[in-house]
Design a binder for this molecule. Structure first.
Ligand code: IMP
Length: 186
Protein backbone atom coordinates (compact mmCIF):
# COMPACT_ATOMS: atom_id res chain seq x y z
CA UNK A 1 0.00 0.00 0.00
CA UNK A 2 1.39 3.38 -0.99
CA UNK A 3 -0.19 6.82 -0.63
CA UNK A 4 -0.96 8.98 -3.67
CA UNK A 5 -1.52 12.66 -2.91
CA UNK A 6 -3.79 14.52 -5.32
CA UNK A 7 -7.03 16.46 -5.39
CA UNK A 8 -7.62 15.35 -8.99
CA UNK A 9 -9.98 12.37 -9.24
CA UNK A 10 -9.06 11.74 -12.91
CA UNK A 11 -5.42 11.26 -11.97
CA UNK A 12 -6.36 8.97 -9.10
CA UNK A 13 -8.57 6.81 -11.35
CA UNK A 14 -5.95 6.54 -14.08
CA UNK A 15 -3.16 5.61 -11.69
CA UNK A 16 -5.29 3.32 -9.58
CA UNK A 17 -6.14 1.22 -12.62
CA UNK A 18 -2.46 0.99 -13.62
CA UNK A 19 -1.34 0.03 -10.11
CA UNK A 20 -4.09 -2.52 -9.55
CA UNK A 21 -3.01 -4.34 -12.72
CA UNK A 22 0.27 -4.90 -10.82
CA UNK A 23 -1.55 -5.86 -7.62
CA UNK A 24 -0.30 -2.75 -5.84
CA UNK A 25 -2.86 -0.95 -3.71
CA UNK A 26 -2.77 2.83 -3.59
CA UNK A 27 -4.40 4.92 -0.90
CA UNK A 28 -5.87 8.17 -2.19
CA UNK A 29 -4.86 11.12 0.01
CA UNK A 30 -7.28 13.65 -1.40
CA UNK A 31 -5.71 17.01 -0.76
CA UNK A 32 -4.59 20.13 -2.54
CA UNK A 33 -1.00 21.23 -2.02
CA UNK A 34 0.94 24.34 -2.74
CA UNK A 35 2.89 24.57 -6.02
CA UNK A 36 5.67 27.10 -6.48
CA UNK A 37 6.24 28.72 -9.86
CA UNK A 38 9.51 27.46 -11.38
CA UNK A 39 11.05 26.75 -14.78
CA UNK A 40 10.66 22.97 -14.72
CA UNK A 41 8.02 20.49 -13.63
CA UNK A 42 10.75 18.58 -11.73
CA UNK A 43 11.54 21.60 -9.52
CA UNK A 44 7.86 22.31 -8.79
CA UNK A 45 7.15 18.70 -7.91
CA UNK A 46 10.30 18.36 -5.76
CA UNK A 47 9.41 21.45 -3.74
CA UNK A 48 5.81 20.30 -3.12
CA UNK A 49 6.99 16.81 -2.19
CA UNK A 50 9.51 18.13 0.35
CA UNK A 51 6.84 20.33 1.94
CA UNK A 52 4.43 17.41 2.21
CA UNK A 53 7.04 15.28 4.00
CA UNK A 54 6.29 17.16 7.22
CA UNK A 55 2.55 16.51 6.86
CA UNK A 56 2.24 12.95 5.56
CA UNK A 57 3.57 9.90 7.33
CA UNK A 58 5.25 7.05 5.49
CA UNK A 59 5.91 6.63 1.80
CA UNK A 60 3.83 8.68 -0.60
CA UNK A 61 3.97 9.96 -4.16
CA UNK A 62 2.49 12.77 -6.15
CA UNK A 63 2.56 13.73 -9.80
CA UNK A 64 2.71 16.89 -11.89
CA UNK A 65 2.04 17.18 -15.57
CA UNK A 66 2.75 19.95 -18.06
CA UNK A 67 1.85 20.50 -21.72
CA UNK A 68 4.80 21.80 -23.77
CA UNK A 69 3.90 23.29 -27.18
CA UNK A 70 6.88 23.44 -29.56
CA UNK A 71 6.02 26.56 -31.64
CA UNK A 72 5.30 28.41 -28.37
CA UNK A 73 8.81 27.49 -27.13
CA UNK A 74 7.44 25.03 -24.60
CA UNK A 75 4.64 27.25 -23.22
CA UNK A 76 2.56 26.62 -21.12
CA UNK A 77 4.88 23.93 -19.59
CA UNK A 78 5.12 24.62 -15.85
CA UNK A 79 2.27 27.15 -16.19
CA UNK A 80 -0.15 24.54 -17.57
CA UNK A 81 -2.54 24.61 -14.66
CA UNK A 82 -2.87 28.40 -14.75
CA UNK A 83 -3.30 28.46 -18.53
CA UNK A 84 -5.87 25.67 -18.44
CA UNK A 85 -7.99 27.52 -15.92
CA UNK A 86 -7.63 30.93 -17.62
CA UNK A 87 -7.52 30.81 -21.45
CA UNK A 88 -8.31 27.06 -21.56
CA UNK A 89 -8.30 24.87 -24.64
CA UNK A 90 -9.96 27.51 -26.83
CA UNK A 91 -7.24 29.98 -25.89
CA UNK A 92 -4.52 27.44 -26.76
CA UNK A 93 -6.14 26.77 -30.14
CA UNK A 94 -6.23 30.49 -30.93
CA UNK A 95 -2.44 30.77 -30.45
CA UNK A 96 -1.41 28.17 -33.03
CA UNK A 97 -0.72 28.13 -36.77
CA UNK A 98 0.63 25.35 -38.98
CA UNK A 99 3.22 23.94 -36.56
CA UNK A 100 1.19 22.17 -33.85
CA UNK A 101 3.76 19.85 -32.26
CA UNK A 102 3.50 19.40 -28.51
CA UNK A 103 4.23 16.94 -25.73
CA UNK A 104 3.05 16.15 -22.24
CA UNK A 105 5.56 15.59 -19.48
CA UNK A 106 4.63 13.83 -16.26
CA UNK A 107 6.92 13.87 -13.24
CA UNK A 108 6.18 11.58 -10.33
CA UNK A 109 7.91 12.40 -7.03
CA UNK A 110 8.13 9.61 -4.50
CA UNK A 111 8.94 10.36 -0.87
CA UNK A 112 10.47 7.27 0.65
CA UNK A 113 12.74 7.09 3.69
CA UNK A 114 12.94 10.94 3.75
CA UNK A 115 14.45 10.96 0.26
CA UNK A 116 12.68 12.08 -2.92
CA UNK A 117 12.93 9.95 -6.07
CA UNK A 118 11.62 11.27 -9.40
CA UNK A 119 10.27 9.34 -12.38
CA UNK A 120 9.40 11.17 -15.54
CA UNK A 121 7.97 10.43 -18.95
CA UNK A 122 6.64 12.17 -22.03
CA UNK A 123 3.97 11.67 -24.68
CA UNK A 124 4.58 13.34 -28.04
CA UNK A 125 1.82 14.50 -30.35
CA UNK A 126 0.10 17.48 -31.92
CA UNK A 127 -2.57 19.99 -30.95
CA UNK A 128 -5.81 19.46 -32.89
CA UNK A 129 -7.54 22.26 -34.77
CA UNK A 130 -10.66 22.06 -32.60
CA UNK A 131 -11.74 20.49 -29.30
CA UNK A 132 -12.87 16.90 -29.79
CA UNK A 133 -14.14 14.22 -27.40
CA UNK A 134 -15.79 14.00 -24.01
CA UNK A 135 -13.45 11.71 -22.06
CA UNK A 136 -10.51 12.58 -19.85
CA UNK A 137 -9.76 16.04 -18.53
CA UNK A 138 -7.64 19.16 -18.97
CA UNK A 139 -6.01 19.35 -22.40
CA UNK A 140 -7.21 15.90 -23.52
CA UNK A 141 -9.76 17.31 -26.04
CA UNK A 142 -6.99 19.09 -28.01
CA UNK A 143 -4.12 16.59 -27.81
CA UNK A 144 -3.59 13.94 -30.52
CA UNK A 145 -0.82 11.47 -29.58
CA UNK A 146 1.75 10.63 -32.26
CA UNK A 147 0.54 7.83 -34.54
CA UNK A 148 -3.11 8.21 -33.46
CA UNK A 149 -6.04 9.76 -35.31
CA UNK A 150 -8.00 10.74 -32.20
CA UNK A 151 -7.59 13.18 -29.36
CA UNK A 152 -7.06 11.70 -25.89
CA UNK A 153 -10.61 12.78 -25.04
CA UNK A 154 -12.01 10.76 -27.98
CA UNK A 155 -10.28 7.56 -26.83
CA UNK A 156 -11.77 5.25 -24.30
CA UNK A 157 -10.04 5.64 -20.92
CA UNK A 158 -8.27 2.26 -21.26
CA UNK A 159 -6.60 3.37 -24.48
CA UNK A 160 -5.40 6.65 -22.96
CA UNK A 161 -4.15 4.70 -19.98
CA UNK A 162 -2.16 2.34 -22.21
CA UNK A 163 -0.20 5.03 -24.05
CA UNK A 164 -0.17 8.06 -21.76
CA UNK A 165 2.66 10.10 -20.24
CA UNK A 166 1.19 9.21 -16.82
CA UNK A 167 1.26 5.51 -17.63
CA UNK A 168 4.90 5.49 -18.63
CA UNK A 169 6.02 7.43 -15.54
CA UNK A 170 3.89 5.14 -13.33
CA UNK A 171 5.55 2.04 -14.79
CA UNK A 172 8.94 3.44 -13.75
CA UNK A 173 7.66 3.98 -10.22
CA UNK A 174 6.17 0.47 -10.16
CA UNK A 175 9.53 -1.02 -11.23
CA UNK A 176 11.15 0.88 -8.35
CA UNK A 177 8.53 -0.27 -5.84
CA UNK A 178 9.02 -3.88 -6.90
CA UNK A 179 12.71 -3.65 -5.99
CA UNK A 180 11.88 -2.39 -2.48
CA UNK A 181 10.28 -5.06 -0.33
CA UNK A 182 9.28 -2.61 2.40
CA UNK A 183 7.21 -0.62 -0.12
CA UNK A 184 5.71 -3.75 -1.61
CA UNK A 185 4.47 -5.06 1.70
CA UNK A 186 3.67 -1.87 3.58
P1 IMP B 1 -1.22 19.43 -12.75
O1 IMP B 1 -0.32 18.26 -12.90
O2 IMP B 1 -2.46 19.04 -12.00
O3 IMP B 1 -0.55 20.66 -12.25
O4 IMP B 1 -1.75 19.74 -14.22
C1 IMP B 1 -1.46 20.90 -14.95
C2 IMP B 1 -2.54 21.09 -15.99
O5 IMP B 1 -2.44 20.07 -16.97
C3 IMP B 1 -3.96 21.02 -15.41
O6 IMP B 1 -4.73 22.04 -16.01
C4 IMP B 1 -4.46 19.65 -15.82
O7 IMP B 1 -5.84 19.65 -16.08
C5 IMP B 1 -3.67 19.37 -17.09
N1 IMP B 1 -3.38 17.95 -17.20
C6 IMP B 1 -2.72 17.18 -16.31
N2 IMP B 1 -2.68 15.91 -16.73
C7 IMP B 1 -3.35 15.88 -17.92
C8 IMP B 1 -3.67 14.83 -18.83
O8 IMP B 1 -3.37 13.64 -18.63
N3 IMP B 1 -4.37 15.20 -19.92
C9 IMP B 1 -4.74 16.48 -20.17
N4 IMP B 1 -4.48 17.49 -19.35
C10 IMP B 1 -3.78 17.19 -18.23
Amino acid sequence: MIKFVTSNEHKYRELNSIFSAHDIEIEWVKMKYEEIQADTTEEISLDSCRKLQSVIEGAFFMEDTGLYISPLKGFPGPYSSYVNSTIGNKGILSLLGVDRRAHFQTVISLSYGRKVYQFSSTLRGTISTEERGENGFGFDPVFIPEGEGFTLAEMDPERKNTISHRRKAAEKLIDFIKTRNELNNE
